[in-house]
Design a protein around this ligand. Sequence first.
Ligand code: APR
Length: 257
Amino acid sequence: MTEYGELIQQAAHVLRGARHPAVLTGAGVSQESGVPTFREALDGLWAQYDPEELATPMAFQRNPKLVWDWYAHRRALLGAVQPNPAHLALARLEQRFSSLRIITQNVDDLHEQAGSTHIIHLHGNIARSKCVANCQGNPTLIDLTTLDPADDETPPKCPHCGEFVRPDVVWFHEVLPAHAIQDATAAAQRCDVMLVVGTSGLVSPASTLPHLAKQHGATIIEINPAASTISPIADIKLTGPAGLLLPQLVEVLDVEA
Ligand code: APR
């Protein structure tokens, strides 16, 4: 076992004693997968558009095909990337802690692809689609593979009610899914350790969750190469890329099981 920093040992010691760890991830956990950020995806012909024209309910009402095609473009970009060692380390952590909850701000499905199973998507999941009217309940998820391939009109139509199908992501000016907020709040209140990985802590309500966890007695371990709004309340701050530090943390845990 290569020598790991003292802080990794400390973090592993804290995790070893945990019963209900939780994880909050942001765009930083997908950075080493090369996931294009929202702005990076505004490339080529998309560079002419403003996000407000592509990622709001009003934009979808005004031009559903443009918005659908923008998300098809982002899905294609995401289709080319893989989970990185940070995602894989978190999936290994779930094998040790079956109650582990991952609360993510990311709309990619790299945690799922890495093998994690208890994931709370605060801002939705770009790999999923839903009926714009949520005609069968909120959300009315639609499996695109079950739709008639001969009907190549975009956006596709909901097979239940005929309304448009839209990406299952939270757009600007939309509220977060109530079930996601409830689940994330419960996980933050219940956890005894919260790993905060790759988030600037600038976007609420995600940024309030580490504070809530701390108020309920949790130890906060932050993994981020830079400072964030969470850093001041972190009990242990591991400064560096998640793709390097998370595997080290999990390896120390596993070795000294
Ligand atoms: N490992 C860990 N952290 C990293 C890495 C890395 N390899 N690379 C960058 N980071 C950190 C940055 O230092 C930064 O603190 O990831 C964080 C990314 O911050 P943001 O880009 O603000 O992403 P996030 O905190 O997830 O908030 C973005 O706001 O844009 C909206 O809804 C959108 O969910 C999105 C949220």
